[in-house]
Design a protein around this ligand. Structure first.
Ligand code: NAD
Length: 497
């Protein structure tokens, strides 16, 4: 029996989904409650529980991995031609498209996202799934090798059961980025969503069942990171592992996979720089960077959180940013006119506030002090955008805050700007802002990270690899043809002539 009441004004399908009793994991096509007790998931905008769900024990998670392995061996998924698998995946994409409003509302409620952003994430999932399912039909899986006195070739096979652990900031979109290439390549999956945002994953597993994806191809396991997440990453039956989340947990997942010699892809945090030269349109650049740092309340791994600005325009740039940040309307994520919603939970709000305090204690100037925000009638987890300025030695300029907090520092010349951008342990994404495209390309290539953008931030066209280096990631990225190849193991075959 559900012990929560759905908020008013929801689509009837969303209300029924939320209140239909504690939600269960989906393993081998069946709903499985498991032995890990129950938890509640909250609406970050109201602070109230919106659904109950059952958590799995470690043994339950092991059963999900066994189910994914059995589906790999017996369901025909791994051996069917890619175009036949593609029919299944396109049907799933169609079903998601048909339910886009419902999933969008569920995601907005669970993750505290603005409705338009949540629906954008659902569309992104659909497009990613279609992209990889088409690609898998068209790439070469067999290559003949020219070797004297031998007939030789390589062939690519799916690995088997693939594990996926996801964070709470883009729950549905990241599942799409993760499982689309894996499934298109013929693998099966076990997905562990974050305990703060389990809902859209369950909705997905139910849709997959409805459209006839073979049982066991998409398993969703609910529970805590310490139990369900650790059981998944430590299971030797997983043939490939993908983790998206913090470097701290990424290290644990990497260790567990290392012990079992399971290949692992880690997509971790960031502390990106935006390098702003003195030949930009200051108002336009300020508007775009303010848009980026307030998008999803700054809970974006690849955000530009260090704004490195040429000294000669720094006053004008800071003034522009201050006034634009002040104008950002913080509010409930489903209310019209809201420009920035809540952060995901009380812990995240406390984290943001503590970095503001520690940063100022270490000498940062509070250009805009930020702090907790009040939204009338709502007891959610709101913060105001903040802008700090000062030396890059400051804790707020070095550590990932994961909130709407930007940090400005100034530079005199290009070499200094690049050195400042690279003075970080992270290496996910940076941007350079200038009207000199030669300089733009030079600086873009000199910043040590997986991704550089020019006169833009947070740009993800499918086909462009996206991933991190150093503390931001290991083992390849997402969203390109390389990602599909990651989900095939390569085998060589040789016959002496
Ligand atoms: P987190 O690392 O706390 O949790 C991520 C997932 O790991 C959750 O599902 C959690 O339940 C699970 N987990 C926790 N402990 C575990 C354990 N011991 N073993 C296995 N799994 C465990 O991260 P978060 O707070 O959910 O997300 C924020 C972080 O994610 C930030 O650092 C952000 O930069 C990063 N992130 C990176 C990308 C990327 O593409 N590089 C994308 C989104 C988020």
């Amino acid at each position: 029996m559900a012990t929560v009441a759905a908020p008013s004004g929801l689509l009837p399908e969303v209300e029924a989904f939320l209140t239909g009793g504690p939600l269960a994991s989906v393993i081998g096509g069946k709903d499985v409650a498991g032995a890990g007790g129950t938890m509640k998931t909250l609406d970050p905008g109201s602070g109230e529980a919106i659904a109950d769900f059952h958590c799995l024990s470690a043994d339950d998670v092991d059963r999900a991995v066994a189910s994914a392995n059995e589906a790999f061996r017996k369901s025909g998924w791994a051996t069917m031609p890619p175009n036949e698998r593609g029919v299944h995946l396109q049907r799933l994409a169609d079903a998601i498209e048909k339910h886009k409003k419902i999933i969008g509302q569920i995601e907005a409620l669970d993750a505290g996202k603005l409705l338009a952003h949540a629906e954008g994430d659902v569309q992104n999932f659909i497009d990613t799934l279609r992209y990889f399912s088409d690609m898998a039909c068209h790439v070469q899986r067999r290559n003949v090798l020219a070797v004297s006195n031998h007939e030789a070739w390589t062939v690519r096979h799916p690995w088997g059961a693939c594990g996926f652990i996801f964070p709470w900031n883009f729950p549905f979109l990241l599942i799409g980025w993760g499982i689309s290439p894996a499934l298109a390549a013929g693998n099966t999956s076990v997905i562990k969503p974050a305990e703060d945002t389990p809902l859209s994953a369950i909705y997905l597993a139910r849709l997959a069942r409805q459209v006839g994806i073979p049982d066991g191809v998409i398993n969703v396991v609910l529970g805590t990171g310490a139990v369900a997440g650790a059981a998944l990453s430590g299971n030797p039956g997983i043939r490939r592992m993908s983790f998206t989340g913090s470097p701290e947990v990424g290290r644990l997942v990497g260790e567990a996979c290392g012990r079992n010699l399971v290949p692992v892809k880690l997509e971790l945090g960031g502390k990106g720089a935006a390098v702003v030269f003195d030949d930009v349109d200051v108002a336009d650049t300020a508007a775009k960077l303010v848009g980026a740092i307030t998008f999803h309340s700054g809970q974006v791994c690849c955000d530009a959180t260090r704004w490195l600005v040429h000294k000669s325009i720094s006053k004008q740039f800071i003034d522009e940013c201050r006034s634009r940040l002040q104008d950002v309307k913080v509010g409930y994520q489903l209310a019209g006119g809201t420009m920035m919603g809540p952060v995901v939970n009380a812990k995240q709000r406390a984290r943001v506030l503590s970095y503001l305090e520690k940063g100022q204690k270490e000498g940062a100037e509070a250009v805009l002090p930020g702090g907790a925000a009040d939204v009338p009638g709502k007891k959610g987890f709101y913060v105001k955008p903040a802008l700090l300025a000062g030396s890059l030695d400051n804790i707020a300029a070095r550590e990932e805050i994961f909130g709407p907090v930007a940090y400005v520092a100034t530079f005199d010349n290009e070499d200094q700007a690049v050195a400042m951008a690279n003075d970080t342990d992270y290496g996910l994404a940076n941007s350079v802002w200038t009207s000199d495209l030669g300089r733009a390309a030079r600086v873009a290539e000199s910043m040590v990270a997986g991704n550089s953008w020019i006169n833009a931030h947070n740009v993800f066209p499918r086909g462009v690899p996206y991933g991190g280096v150093n503390k931001s990631g290991v083992g390849g990225g997402v969203n390109s043809i390389e990602t599909l190849f990651d989900y095939w193991r390569s085998q060589s075959v040789v016959r002496p002539l």
